[in-house]
Each structure stands twice: as structure tokens, then as C-alpha cells.
Design a protein around this ligand. Structure first.
Ligand code: GCU
Length: 397
């Protein structure tokens, strides 16, 4: 495998594939042309070359409230655990969503929707939340409680008048390199007749997870205290890649948050800085379709780059967050995808990213496309959340 480059002077000169030129060579000059002509082309390219198709809608979907706690988080929140079950072709798949809703809000509140790595019980300090998050053999991926509670900042979220909903990503699609792992995922309801090889030509776990984010939102739709017209999607790292894909494929998300999403998330591939397609396909082939492998050590041939992924959320608000010690994710490349995506926002009369230069660390840059470079490591902290809350107030509330 090629050596990882962390030297800015070794970033090659590159030309990005245009956003505002359609495949037939015509210029995209209006928001109408973007929506009608160019956006669908890019969406299809990213399905074909990277993420695959999202699973279809199943025949039926049921929702069962399995617990309600009226005095959660020191009596500031109502906590619910809701089981979602999807049935199709005589098969079914379920997962449990944990929801915190502020108490005594004057009306239905905006909601943050996100997936977690370590089980619902890993996101909260409350010790009576059901343990979720099961791997390929049905084992709990993390039995310990509260291991990532700091990443979730639920108490701060409800204090500011937002709800927050989460599901463990393994319960939608176990994150496992094993080529059969998709058979334990939601895709199994639809494609179980296929060979593993056939499946991987059109499906990948990031699409499963993005699908799950949309179904969480469906399930929240008739919650009286939540306003799903004001929904936001967030995710860290591989789940930041997923949040961008969910924003691209589901326009109900009005703020799309990519936290340290890196390679195949917000980072521009052509910079060849930090993680590359070669590396991500080697360690995590399950995330993508097999088509992506064509571009291993061949980035100049990509018909897209990651500013295309960001632009698919336009004109809705996007926030890209990086961290100084997360060079693997290429912080500057993450900024640049938001910067370059801004030309699509301009078609809508917005500015997009309000600055032209990669901002210094520790500052929030806020616009329809926002950015910050947190001082610290690969993580999602209160510093990140405080920016997301500010943007939620400005663009969503
Ligand atoms: C690895 C991977 C990244 C990913 C990260 C994560 O570091 O190389 O692409 O973002 O895991 O999801 O934690």
C-alpha cells in the first residue's frame, strides 16, 4: 500500500470535475437546471461508483414504544425507546431507537437524528437504557454503558430545546468486513437470492445506514412533541460519511452535519492526503460497492469528487467539522469540498461557505455551508455541538 502523505507540499496539482457542467457538456446556469438535470446525474454517479442503492421501502413498517421515562436526564427530558420493525417477502428486521425530547417545550421541537457506534446504552449516562448494537453473531458489540456519552451531549441538546434520536448502526447493518455481513442487514429483506458478489456490485453498508436514518425520521413523524419538518442529521467519522449520504438522498434533513468524515466523506480525494481510496477499500470494503475499487491509485479518473457529495444537500445547510489532530481525515480537504460545493448554493442566491481560505483552528465559520477545525483529536465533543446548536437555531429553528 502507498505510504500515507501528510505533507502539504506533496499534494499533487489536480483539476476537480465540474459541478456546473452536465454530462452532455451543457453549462448549468440556474437552480432549476441544477435540480432538474445536474443533481440527478451526480446522485446516480455516486450510487453507481461509491455507495450503491439505498434499500427499497419494505411492504410494512411498525413502530412499538417499548419504554417511556417522563423524568429522564434530571427531569429535563422525556426518554423513549421505540422498536421499529420492517417486513418484506415474509422476512423482518428490527432495531430500537432511543429518543430524548425536552420537557415542557412550548411546541414540537426540531430533532437531531444520528447513528451511534457502541449501542444506545453507550450514548447516555442513564443506566436503564436497553443495551443494543449487535454484531454478526448476535453478540453485543460493547456491553459497557456510557462509553460515548460525551459524544452525544444529550443534556445540552435538550436544554437548548432540541430532541435527539439515535440507533446503533450495527443493528441496521453489522459493520463487518465479512462478505456475508449484508445478510444480517436490512438489505436481506430484498436481495437474499443474490450471491454475495452480486450484492456488492450494487449495495453497501453506508447506504443501509443512510436508509436507517430516513426510517428513523419516518418513525418520528407522528411523535407529537417532535417537528420532523425541522430535522437534522449528524454523524461522526464513518457515520459522518453516512450523514452526508443521508443528506444527499433524503431532502427532509434541513441541516447535514459531517463530523470528521474524511475519505469518502468530505475530504477531496484528489489531494491524496491522509486516507486514500486504496486504504479505505482494503480495510472497509463493506461500506461501498465494488465499483469504487476501479479508482484505487487512480484518483484522477474519478468522475466526481467529494464536493459533489456535499453539493447534493444544497441549498440546505451543511456543516463540515474537522479536528487538528485528525490528519487521517484531511481537515483541509474537508474544508475544500464545502468551499467548492458553494457554487451550487450560489445558484440558489446563497453564498455557501462564507470564507475563501481554510480558517484557523478553534473558530466557527457559519454560513449555508459552515466549517470548523476543532483543536484536538478525532472525536465529537461539546465544542462541535455548540456550533451545531448555533446553526440549528439559525437555519432550522
Ligand atoms: C477508520 C477509517 C475512516 C473512518 C474511521 C471511523 O479510521 O479509516 O475512514 O472514518 O475509521 O469511522 O472511525
Amino acid at each position: 500500500m502507498a505510504e500515507t502523505n501528510y505533507d502539504e507540499s506533496k499534494v499533487p496539482a489536480y483539476t476537480l470535475p465540474p459541478l456546473l457542467k452536465a454530462k452532455d457538456g451543457s453549462e448549468i446556469k440556474t437552480a432549476f437546471d441544477w435540480v432538474r438535470k445536474r443533481r440527478p446525474e451526480i446522485l446516480q454517479t455516486l450510487k453507481d461508483e461509491v455507495f450503491g442503492e439505498l434499500p427499497p421501502r419494505p411492504d410494512s413498517f411498525t413502530k412499538e414504544v417499548i419504554s417511556v421515562k417522563e423524568d429522564a436526564l434530571d427531569n429535563t427530558a422525556i426518554r423513549k425507546e421505540i422498536k421499529l420493525t420492517f417486513s418484506h417477502n415474509g422476512k423482518s428486521h428490527s432495531f430500537v431507537m432511543l429518543v430524548y425530547i425536552p420537557k415542557n417545550a412550548p411546541g414540537p421541537v426540531p430533532v437531531f437524528v444520528g447513528l451511534n457506534f457502541k449501542g444506545n446504552h453507550g450514548t447516555t449516562v442513564e443506566d436503564d437504557v436497553m443495551q443494543t448494537g449487535r454484531g454478526l453473531n448476535g453478540e453485543l458489540v460493547e456491553p459497557e454503558r456510557g462509553v460515548q456519552a460525551e459524544r452525544w451531549s444529550f443534556a445540552e441538546t435538550v436544554k437548548r430545546g432540541f430532541a435527539s434520536a439515535t440507533v446503533c448502526y450495527h443493528d441496521i447493518h453489522p459493520d463487518d468486513k465479512e462478505t456475508t455481513s449484508w445478510r444480517k442487514s436490512i438489505y436481506n429483506l430484498f436481495y437474499s437470492e443474490e450471491t454475495d458478489e452480486q450484492f456488492h456490485t450494487h449495495g453497501g453498508s453506508i447506504s443501509s445506514w443512510a436508509w436507517g436514518l430516513g426510517r428513523m425520521l419516518d418513525a418520528l413523524e407522528n411523535e407529537p412533541l417532535i417537528d420532523t419538518k425541522r430535522a437534522m442529521v449528524h454523524g461522526h467519522s464513518r457515520l459522518g460519511k453516512t450523514a452526508l449520504w443521508a443528506g444527499a438522498t433524503d431532502p427532509r434533513f434541513k441541516l447535514v452535519i459531517s463530523n470528521d468524515s474524511g475519505c469518502c466523506g468530505a475530504a477531496i480525494h484528489r489531494r491524496l492526503y491522509g486516507e486514500t481510496i486504496e486504504v479505505v477499500c482494503h480495510w472497509f470494503p463493506q461500506w461501498f460497492t465494488t465499483s469504487l475499487r476501479k479508482y484505487i491509485c487512480n484518483e484522477p479518473a474519478l468522475p466526481y469528487d467529494q464536493h459533489h457529495l456535499v453539493a447534493l444537500s444544497a441549498p440546505r445547510a451543511v456543516c463540515i467539522a474537522s479536528a487538528t489532530e485528525d490528519r487521517w481525515a484531511d481537515p483541509k480537504g474537508e474544508f475544500l469540498s464545502g468551499y467548492h460545493a458553494s457554487e451550487v448554493y450560489q445558484l440558489f442566491g446563497a453564498k455557501g461557505m462564507p470564507v475563501d481560505e481554510w480558517p484557523e483552528a478553534g473558530k466557527y465559520v457559519s454560513g449555508e455551508v459552515s466549517y470548523h477545525l476543532r483543536i484536538g483529536k478525532h472525536d465529537q465533543t461539546l465544542f462541535d455541538w455548540l456550533h451545531y446548536f448555533e446553526l440549528a437555531d439559525k437555519y432550522v429553528r
